[in-house]
Design a protein around this ligand. Structure first.
Ligand SMILES: Nc1ncnc2c1ncn2[C@@H]1O[C@H](COP(=O)(O)OP(=O)(O)OP(=O)(O)O)[C@@H](O)[C@H]1O
Ligand SMILES: Nc1nc2c(ncn2[C@@H]2O[C@H](COP(=O)(O)O)[C@@H](O)[C@H]2O)c(=O)[nH]1
Length: 398
């Protein structure tokens, strides 16, 4: 569906037949045609992707990374920047309506090197100007967890914690799924190989990692994600598509760090020694690598917490700054999609339901952030009526 760039009849190679009524769309990117929605098995319940290579005249089954969107009654597809395709599902909830199929982003190029095969990656679009995720690092015992707990307690609807996986044993009061996902090393290693992790590292002799899902769950809840990870993990996240803010927490002195670690009484003497050895390296890297946007000294807890809030722009009275979006994007199968600059105009057509109004959805992509292997954030959606509303000068549909 949609007037936006499927390919033209005269460039449509023989043998590429699409299912009608928006069930399948085709988008031409260079010498490749991405057919979205079709599947070999008729019984499939997710949107599949296949690629027709115009130069060889052959079909390619790409490696598909990320959660695939569930099939709907139809969809439109629009090419953005030549490297990702926006897929708009008809009659869907707004948290399931907009999907991005990445076909040539840096993430895809990196994945293709690993897989040695054509790769495409799905990334779900999340409405709202959710602020950048926050990565908090610092040596063991410095007080990262304490500061994060205070933040989550004061701003429960604003922040969500990325629950990491670890192979270390749970401490007495730790709950599986809340503090960590406690995992077998073999399972975690397999999942890392399968691309399920945004980052991972060997820390103090155990494996720790942030799964893509851990971050997605928070984004889906419309919350700002907080990651408590070590410096190696922070470096990996910096290199990923997760556009985050990086904060390093430093102790007032090494002696105070040791005192806190011992007072916490959660580690054996041997483990404490290991954590303290690693702390020296982490402190060097944290302070000098330029990796971190902010370095906060956790001397007095309350002062450090105030500094953290200031760093995050949390002044008095900022508790919930949520814009609400329509729960359902009731897009009929017959609709028209156009792209002008960074805006996508979705005209609903003249179905029985739409006759009374001439409403149009406008999806503003100018603040787009993130992408595969996580969510694509920063989508703004609003409804307008071109016959009664003035639609911002240049962006008027002709
Ligand atoms: N500013 C502070 N002054 C004194 N004690 C503190 C301060 N901040 C945190 N603590 C205490 O220090 C101990 C370690 O804090 P916490 O567990 O939050 O550290 P962490 O950085 O999350 O450690 P890890 O990386 O091992 O998870 C806790 O007992 C906590 O109560
Ligand atoms: N690279 C990652 N580091 C992580 C992750 N989750 C936690 N951590 C770091 O591990 C140490 C030790 O934590 P502890 O709970 O055993 O005391 C600490 O520095 C955490 O920041 C992760 O997913 N990735």
């Amino acid at each position: 569906m949609g007037e936006a760039p499927a390919f033209f009849a005269d460039s449509f190679p023989s043998g590429v037949d699409l299912k009608s009524k928006g069930q399948e769309t085709a988008i031409c990117v260079g010498s490749k045609i991405y057919v979205i929605g079709g599947a070999d098995q008729e019984s499939t319940s997710v949107i599949e992707v296949r690629i027709f290579d115009k130069s060889s005249g052959e079909w390619i089954n790409p490696t598909v990374v990320g959660t695939k969107p569930k099939l709907s009654n139809g969809h439109s597809a629009v090419l953005l920047n030549g490297d990702r395709i926006l897929v708009i599902k008809v009659n869907s909830k707004s948290d399931d309506c907009f999907w991005f199929l990445e076909v040539g982003t840096p993430f895809i190029k990196e994945q293709e090197k690993t897989h040695g095969n054509e790769v495409v990656a799905w990334s779900k679009g999340v409405l709202g100007n959710v602020e950048k995720p926050i990565v908090i690092s610092g040596p063991s015992g410095v007080g990262k967890g304490t500061l994060i707990s205070k933040l989550m307690k004061e701003f429960p609807s604003m922040f969500g914690f990325s629950v990491s996986h670890t192979t270390r044993a749970p401490r007495e009061k730790e709950q599986n799924g809340f503090h960590y996902h406690f995992s077998d090393r073999s399972v975690m290693e397999r999942d890392i190989k399968d691309g399920k992790f945004l980052e991972f590292a060997s820390v103090h002799g155990n494996l720790y990692g942030t799964s893509v899902e851990a971050v997605e769950v928070v984004a889906d809840a419309g919350k700002r994600c907080i990651l408590d990870i070590d410096v190696q993990g922070a470096r990996s996240v910096r290199a990923s598509s997760l556009d985050a803010i990086f904060i390093f927490i430093s102790p007032p002195s090494f002696e105070e760090l040791e005192k806190r670690l011992r007072a916490r009484a959660t580690e054996t003497e041997e483990q404490i020694q290991k954590r303290l050895r690693n702390a020296r390296a982490e402190l060097d890297q944290g302070k000098s690598s330029g990796l971190f946007d902010h370095i906060l000294v956790n001397d007095d807890l309350e002062s450090c917490y105030e500094n953290l809030k200031n760093t995050l722009g949390l002044t008095e009275g900022v508790k919930t700054a949520h814009i609400t979006y329509p729960e359902l994007v009731d897009l009929p199968v017959e609709h028209l999609v156009s792209k002008i600059d960074q805006k996508i105009f979705i005209k609903c057509g003249a179905t029985e339901y739409q006759k009374a109004s001439d409403n149009m959805y406008v999806l503003d992509l100018s603040l787009l952030k993130g992408g595969a292997p996580g969510r694509t954030r920063g989508l703004n959606l609003y409804v307008t009526n071109p016959s009664t509303d003035r639609v911002n000068g240049d962006n008027q549909l002709s």
